[in-house]
Design a protein around this ligand. Structure first.
Ligand code: SF4
Ligand code: SF4
Length: 441
């Protein structure tokens, strides 16, 4: 009875705290501007099934993909055992599904045990890749400190989960004369031969409690970790833009100005546009879209984007992974300041602090330097490489647009290009040649 009460109290506190943290993440994502979601819903579900659930894009690199698959499938199927642990914890029973399912129960738990062994192999391989082999993309500047430790913490938690599962199952089998017949634990239970029933029961309980406490710790750690992607990869792939990846988001007001300049027909000609209230590009989380912020929270920090970025590969300061991580960090900073309710962060100090009444004197430019955004070639390689359909290019373009159109700043080297576009309708100062080329098409 004491264990039941303890379980319900810990489960309630743990789930309650986790829900609060997830609501804060939702609030932070919604700090971004509205972005209408259009397009074929069936195609969106296809993306969820193939890319989030099926991990299709992971398989461009076979070894990490297979290792990741072991951990992922083990994680998903272990939830069956977790369900039983929950029912046992609340009802005070022991292996509640065993008398109901019999041989099928043995099959399911044995399957989970095999997956757990494969997941253990994969976890050790991942730890070795990061800490012994020191794969380059895990040791770039943005991965120093917390991001590096975070990845290791999760891997250690996975080892602990697997250890406790086998401690529980093997002690339980030794205690019940191997009657469960679990395929891996039957080789482990002889370790406990000669151990008294009392001690076996204690070992089984340590395994049971250890496993569920690590699960609760994992759940509450997720909101602070890059491993949040195990949940957010699903909405992120669903809401990913369906337009061709190279297509840039248009700015109708600018497009109409250019069309006017070139004497081309203008959509909604005659409609009043208040140029004073127009905002071009983005300088903070508030002027990015909520989808850009969701992207940032879904990032696995795998570095695949950075490893194919031509700017990064040629020694420039730009890393698309860092851009995405910076957006998450800035959203977290704003969220934490909003939680303080301190009006020192309010635009209007007489009004309560809120997302609409927020000004802390900082922006994304305090995280992302101009040198970084100028280095982007807009090649889209990062977008193509991302296994969870994140678009690091979009915020880079928005920051650039803000710099050029809202601040009227930018690298002096770009000025001749803007002048040529304005005067010649082409990026090169050769409008006649361009016209001739165009007519030949
Ligand atoms: S679009 Fe920009 S950030 Fe992305 S890979 Fe190309 S150069 Fe790098
Ligand atoms: S943006 Fe995508 S590819 Fe880049 S680190 Fe994040 S998950 Fe990996």
């Amino acid at each position: 009875m004491i264990q039941q009460v303890l379980f319900v109290l810990i489960a309630g506190a743990s789930l309650g705290y986790a829900v609060l943290q997830f609501l804060k993440i939702r609030r932070n994502i919604k700090l971004g501007k509205d972005e209408p979601i259009a397009g074929d819903t069936a195609e969106r579900w296809r993306n969820v099934l193939l890319i989030a659930l099926g991990q299709k894009k992971m398989f461009t690199r076979m070894i990490p993909a297979v290792l990741h698959l072991f951990i992922y499938v083990a994680f998903v199927l272990t939830q069956v055992e977790l369900l039983e642990i929950f029912v046992d914890g609340i009802s005070g029973q022991h292996r509640v599904f065993w008398p109901i399912l019999g041989g099928f129960y043995t099959f399911v738990i044995s399957f989970i045990e095999i997956l757990s062994v494969l997941a253990l192999v994969a976890t050790i391989a991942f730890l070795a890749r990061r800490n012994v082999l020191r794969v380059a993309r895990f040791h770039q500047p943005e991965m120093k400190g917390w991001p590096f430790k975070d990845a290791n913490y999760i891997l250690f938690l996975e080892v602990a989960l697997i250890f406790f599962i086998f401690l529980m199952n093997s002690a339980d089998m030794a205690r019940h004369n191997d009657e469960y017949g679990f395929v891996v634990s039957q080789f482990l239970s002889p370790i406990w031969s000669g151990t008294g029933d009392g001690l076996l029961h204690v070992l089984e309980r340590i395994g049971w409690w250890g496993h569920i406490l690590v699960v609760f710790a994992f759940l509450n750690y997720l909101p602070f970790s890059k491993h949040l992607h195990i949940i957010l990869a699903f909405p992120n792939t669903f809401y990913a833009r369906l337009a061709p990846r190279g297509e840039m988001e248009n700015m109708p007001e600018i497009m109409n100005e250019v069309k006017n300049m070139l004497g081309l027909p203008v959509e909604n000609a005659g409609a009043e546009v208040n140029m004073d209230n127009l905002e071009f590009g983005a300088n903070d989380v508030f002027s990015l879209s909520w989808k850009n912020v969701l992207d940032a929270y879904s990032c696995t920090e795998c570095g695949r984007c950075t490893s194919v970025c031509p700017a990064n590969l040629t020694g420039k300061k730009l890393s698309p992974r860092k851009i995405v991580m910076d957006i998450r960090d800035r959203a977290e900073e704003i969220g934490k300041k909003l939680d303080t309710k301190d009006t020192q962060y309010a635009k209007d100090k007489a009004q309560p602090l809120s997302a609409a009444n927020f000004e802390d004197g900082k922006s994304l430019f305090d995280y992302i330097s101009r040198e970084e955004i100028h280095a982007c070639t807009t090649c889209n390689a990062c977008v193509e490489a991302c296994p969870v359909l994140i678009n690091p290019l979009e915020p880079i373009l928005k920051l650039r647009r803000y710099e050029i159109l809202s601040l009227s700043e930018g690298p002096s080297e770009w000025l001749p290009m803007f002048n040529s576009m304005e005067n010649n309708g082409a990026v090169w100062a050769m409008s006649v040649e361009r016209e001739a080329w165009k007519n030949e098409l």
